[in-house]
Design a protein around this ligand. Structure first.
Ligand code: SIN
Ligand code: FE
Length: 282
C-alpha cells in the first residue's frame, strides 16, 4: 500500500516508470526525500496559535487565507509557494492527468493531532475516507499532496485500512439514497456551496458509518505508517481508508480529478458505488 517513488524535485521531468496505475489502485505514493523548503522568516508561523480554526486554509484562485485572525502576506506567500510546488509535482508525476487536475484548497496544519478533542464525526484519528460536507465533488476524485514540515523531525503517523471496494461492500446496504429535494434544501440553506449529488450524500454516509463503528475501527485489517519529516506523499483520500494518529505541522494541497480522466475509471468510488446501488449517482 506504500509505494516509494525516488524523486526529490517538485517539478521537472516525468518519471521513467508511470506510477499512475499504482495510485489508482489505492497505493500511497511516498516521496521520502521530497521536502518543502520553509524560509527562515516563516518559522514564526510554526505555532498552533497561528490558526483560529483547526487549519489555515488557502484558496489558490483568490489568494485568500482562511482560519487566521488577520490576512498575512508572508504566510500567504508560503502557502502559495507550497500550492505551486504541489501543482508542479502532480503535473510531472502523473502525465495521464495533464490538463485535467483542478487545483482546490491548500492547508497548513499547525496543531498536534494526538489527544485533540473533537466530535466522533470530526475525529480523523478514526479510519475514514474523505468526503466534503460543504463542497460537493459530484463524483470527482479527491487527490491530496501532503508534506510533513515538522521542524523537530517528528513523523506524521497514520493508519491505513482496507481498500475502497471492501469498505463499500461492507457498508453498502447501510447507505440510503438521499430524499428528493434534499440537495435543493441544503443549497438554499447555504449548507452546501454547490449541488450535493447522491454520490456526495452516499460518501458522507460512508465516512460517518466507518467512524461511528468502533468494532470496525479496531478489528479491520490495518497498518501503521510513519511519514518522516521532510517527506511528501500523494494519495486518493476518497478511496484509501486513513486515520491520522499523531504529528504536528503539515502542508496539504487538494486536487479534484474528473473520473473520465482516470486510466481505470472502474476503480473510482463513483463507479464502485454505482455498481452497488445499480443506478447513476451524479
Ligand atoms: C485526514 O485527511 O484525515 C488528515 C490527514 C492529516 O492531517 O495527516
Ligand atoms: Fe481524511
Amino acid at each position: 500500500m506504500l509505494r516509494p517513488v525516488p524523486r526529490d524535485t517538485w517539478g521537472g521531468d516525468s518519471p521513467a516508470v508511470d506510477v499512475t496505475a499504482d495510485l489508482e489502485s489505492g497505493a500511497v505514493l511516498l516521496f521520502p526525500n521530497l521536502a518543502f523548503d520553509v524560509h527562515v522568516n516563516e518559522r514564526a508561523y510554526f505555532s498552533p496559535s497561528i490558526a483560529v480554526a483547526k487549519n489555515v486554509s488557502f484558496d489558490p484562485a483568490s489568494g485568500r487565507l482562511g482560519g487566521v485572525a488577520h490576512a498575512d502576506e508572508a504566510l500567504t506567500a508560503m502557502l502559495r509557494r507550497f500550492s505551486d510546488a504541489a501543482a508542479a509535482l502532480v503535473g510531472a508525476a502523473f502525465p495521464p492527468y495533464a490538463g485535467r487536475l483542478q487545483r482546490a484548497r491548500a492547508s497548513f496544519r499547525p496543531a498536534e493531532i494526538a489527544g485533540r478533542q473533537t466530535t466522533w464525526r470530526h475525529d480523523d484519528t478514526r479510519l475514514h475516507i474523505d468526503s466534503f460536507p460543504a463542497t460537493p465533488v459530484q463524483g470527482r476524485r479527491i487527490l491530496r499532496v501532503f508534506t510533513n514540515v515538522n521542524p523537530e523531525g517528528r513523523p506524521r503517523s497514520w493508519r491505513i485500512g482496507e481498500p475502497f471496494e471492501a469498505v463499500a461492500s461492507r457498508f453498502g446496504n447501510q447507505l440510503k439514497m438521499p430524499a428528493p429535494f434534499s440537495a435543493s434544501l441544503l443549497r438554499l440553506a447555504r449548507i452546501t456551496k454547490s449541488h450535493r449529488s447522491p454520490y456526495d450524500a452516499l460518501m458522507l454516509q460512508l465516512h460517518d458509518r466507518m467512524k461511528a463503528d468502533m468494532a470496525y475501527q479496531s478489528n479491520v485489517a490495518q497498518e501503521a505508517v510513519d511519514f518522516p519529516a521532510g517527506s511528501t506523499w500523494v494519495v486518493f483520500t476518497d478511496a484509501v481508508s486513513h486515520a491520522a494518529m499523531a504529528g504536528q505541522y503539515q502542508l496539504e494541497q487538494t486536487f479534484l480529478l474528473p473520473v473520465d480522466a482516470m486510466r481505470q475509471p472502474a476503480r473510482s468510488p463513483l463507479r464502485v458505488l454505482e455498481r452497488i446501488k445499480g443506478r447513476p449517482l451524479v
